[in-house]
Design a protein around this ligand. Structure first.
Ligand SMILES: [Zn+2]
Length: 150
């Protein structure tokens, strides 16, 4: 075995067995996606919250695993070019129509709204997230003149 191969092996052995995608909050199953200074990698719900609130958030996430499941399903359906909108419409049909996707709402903004909706439902966000209209780009340059003429 040469030196560099040996070093590589030693480094592999030193690596902690902890899953790098695991949230720093104990018992949290949501994928860590934010590295906020101090607390290390955490999920979107824990990363910006006070550590005192972590346990409450973990419980809230566990109680809303069905909502996280919806987000995961919608993401998968969109990727597979399946009818995520119809699925989400039906999902909320008999419970909370405010959470149904709006006709102008695209899939990623909808997923984000549902994640924020979860934070709102567990008391970690003061305002209920509203559906966001896609930005309409302002015509610039020669296109601006055409827009005025039309
Ligand atoms: Zn977490």
């Amino acid at each position: 075995m040469n030196t560099s191969a040996f070093r590589e092996l030693a480094q592999q052995k030193q690596q902690p067995e902890r899953d790098p995608t695991q949230c720093a909050a104990y018992g949290c199953k949501v994928r860590a996606s934010v590295n906020n200074a101090g607390s290390g990698w955490a999920c979107y719900a824990h990363a910006f919250a006070e550590v005192d609130a972590w346990q409450k958030i973990t419980r809230g996430l566990q109680e809303h695993d069905w909502l996280l499941g919806l987000v995961a399903e919608v993401r998968k359906m969109d990727r597979d070019i399946r009818d995520w909108r119809g699925f989400a419409m039906q999902f909320w049909e008999n419970s909370d129509k405010f959470c149904q996707p709006q006709p102008f709402e695209n899939c990623v903004p909808y997923q984000n709204r549902m994640l924020m909706e979860l934070l709102f439902r567990i008391g970690q966000s003061p305002k209920r997230p509203q559906p966001r209209k896609p930005a309409t780009p302002k015509p610039a340059g020669r296109f601006a003149k055409q827009a005025v003429a039309a």
